[in-house]
Design a protein around this ligand. Structure first.
Ligand SMILES: NC(=O)c1ccc[n+]([C@@H]2O[C@H](COP(=O)([O-])OP(=O)(O)OC[C@H]3O[C@@H](n4cnc5c(N)ncnc54)[C@H](OP(=O)(O)O)[C@@H]3O)[C@@H](O)[C@H]2O)c1
Length: 254
């Protein structure tokens, strides 16, 4: 295994939706680089505790924080407490997301609201609550939003999901422009199809085989593939990169 330096030692990072899947991979990757990682979850405290143990085993420090990113007041309160308890916040990764699927003509208001409130408003709530802390970060702060290939090219049956992920790209560029004068960077990472509970739930075997034909690198991605890109953007070597969308998709969209 490659030697990884502790480039994030002394940094405090909040990763939303880090109890499982890609978020968990990101938490471990940041911990491995020496960060103190605050692991957010919605309901699976058990999974969040497992993630904390993994972060610590990788050499980082960890704490857990349960809150629903869709709940504006809960986010404000939780992030204020994180700043107080951990002496600030240097890195925010907006990863929490849901995929509520359905075709356009039958798409319900509830499915629309659930998706947008979690994926898009959730990221906004966290950005707004964290921005003041991130502006005060010792070294320049970092924000990374997890969008999707589906936000860049659409996908039948994922109306609200694609809209939320496309919206996140706009929000990334605006945030990058607003915070750049203080050295804070804001970028998006856009995964293709990654093996997690989300894809296990929404990707039947036939669709999976068809999908493989569209991925030049010939495999579905792993959480670590995304996590390594996030860790790079969170680190000192990415200080001149802002407002960008970094694709981690095996070549399925170029
Ligand atoms: N998997 C893919 O192929 C893929 C591709 C492109 C982009 N993405 C994006 O990557 C992100 C992670 O996806 P994933 O596949 O890892 O999903 P996942 O396996 O379903 O995990 C979702 C995570 O988000 C948390 N979460 C859900 N709703 C939340 C809320 N309202 N407040 C706080 N946390 C919440 C869950 O917490 P609990 O454990 O408590 O439920 C869990 O930790 C999402 O934004 C997704 O859209 C995924």
């Amino acid at each position: 295994m490659a030697i990884i330096d502790k480039a994030l030692a002394g940094r405090v990072a909040l990763v939303t939706g880090a109890s499982r899947g890609i978020g968990r991979g990101i938490a471990v990757a940041l911990g491995r680089r020496g960060a103190k990682v605050i692991i957010n979850y919605a309901s699976r405290e058990d999974a969040a505790r497992e993630c904390a143990a993994e972060v610590e085993a990788a050499g980082g420090q960890a704490a857990i924080a349960g809150f629903d990113v869709a709940n504006s007041a809960a986010v404000t309160e939780a992030i204020k407490a994180i700043g107080k308890d951990h002496g600030g916040l240097d890195i925010l990764v907006n990863n929490a997301g849901v995929a509520v699927n359905g075709m356009l003509m039958r798409f319900t208001d509830e499915a629309w609201a659930k998706t947008m409130n979690t994926n898009l408003a959730g990221a906004f709530h966290c950005l707004r609550a964290a921005s003041m802390l991130i502006l005060k970060a010792k070294d320049a702060g970092r924000i990374i939003n997890i969008t999707s290939v589906v936000g860049e090219q659409g996908n039948g049956g994922q109306l609200a999901y694609s809209a939320s992920k496309a919206g996140l790209i706009g929000m990334t560029m605006t945030t990058a422009r607003e915070l750049a004068s203080r050295g804070v960077t804001c970028n998006a990472v856009s995964p293709g199809f990654i093996e997690t509970d989300m894809t296990a739930e929404h990707l039947p075997e036939a669709a999976r085989a068809k999908l493989m034909e569209q991925i030049p690198l010939g495999r579905i991605g792993r959480s670590e593939d995304v996590a390594n890109a996030v860790a790079f953007l969170a680190g000192p070597e990415a200080s001149y990169i802002t407002g960008q969308v970094l694709r981690v998709n095996g070549g399925m969209l170029m």
